[in-house]
Design a protein. Structure first.
Length: 285
């Protein structure tokens, strides 16, 4: 029996329709949600991501600003631009596209963004609020995963969730969001001994390791839900995930494909966070 596909494209479309409605309502009250994206240097992958973010902004009726800097920009100049955007009333969300050049400290840059405009959900204040189950901007990729499961009707409470990966952007926050929904969570990573032993116990397996087709059927428990957050290129240069899809889909109950799985949800949740930031401003008016 082959696994049921969780289509990020379809769920993202549904969510975007809801966001567009929210944008329309705010615009009627004279507020246009605005997102500023800062791009440093000329990384092609980053440029593609940014283009998609801008395109989605415009589709949803939002105000979109792209700020581009050469790779040689100083850290001080970049921070000054962020402080300026923090004060800009037409901008509700600020996102700095990572990775940044080596001479710029990522942490300093993330912490310079106002927590009220941190639509990436990376600021320590938002991370702390997420940890303590307060209202916060949640990191877009793990948030997208939670929405996919919710929309598919997969219950999380009491399930054993195994997260492979411990990055600040995906792995760590994903585990915390599952914990917040009463799952039992195990984190695995490159130093985990006997990875297979842990992954085979997972009711829900979240793969975020960045190794093409690494997770084969022997890592997966019969009937598990498999969420593939990986974005890699295989030997032929084709986009693929961390999971060997054709093999694992025969063992899992639900699985996300790559592409058209978690990817479309990341940008969608970024738009959701930007709308939420603008709604908070409206509430204070």
């Amino acid at each position: 029996m082959s696994a049921q596909l969780i289509s990020g494209t379809e769920i993202a479309k549904k969510k975007k329709d809801e966001i567009a409605e929210g944008v329309k309502r705010l615009k009627e009250k004279g507020i246009t949600p605005g997102l500023a994206v800062i791009l440093v240097g000329d990384n092609q992958a980053s440029r593609t991501y940014v283009k998609n973010k801008q395109k989605t902004c415009i589709e949803l009726g939002m105000h979109s600003v792209l700020v581009e800097f050469p790779e040689s920009i100083s850290e001080a100049e970049l921070l000054n631009k962020i402080y300026e955007l923090n004060e800009d009333k037409s901008i509700h969300g600020i996102l700095v596209q990572l990775p940044l050049p080596k001479h710029i400290n990522d942490t300093k840059v993330i912490e310079a963004i106002s927590p009220l405009k941190d639509v990436d959900g990376f600021h320590p204040i938002n991370i702390g609020r997420m940890m303590t189950r307060q209202d916060a901007f949640l990191p877009c990729t793990p948030y997208g995963v939670m929405v996919m499961l919710e929309e598919t009707g997969i219950s999380i409470e009491g399930k054993h969730v195994v997260v492979i990966g411990r990055s600040n952007i995906v792995g760590k926050p994903a585990g915390q969001l599952f914990l917040n929904q009463n799952a039992t969570v195990t984190y695995c990573h490159s130093k985990t001994k006997d990875l297979k032993y842990h992954t085979k116990q997972a009711d829900i397996l979240v793969c975020a390791i960045g190794k093409a087709n690494f997770i084969t059927a022997e890592y997966v428990k019969e009937g598990a839900v498999v969420i593939d957050v990986g974005m890699n290129r295989n030997a032929e240069g084709k986009l693929c995930g961390d999971v060997l899809f054709d093999e694992v889909k025969e063992k899992a109950s639900f699985i996300t494909p790559v592409p058209k799985g978690v990817g479309p949800m990341t940008i969608t949740m970024l738009m959701f966070n930007t709308l939420k930031a603008a709604q908070k401003v409206e509430e204070e008016m």
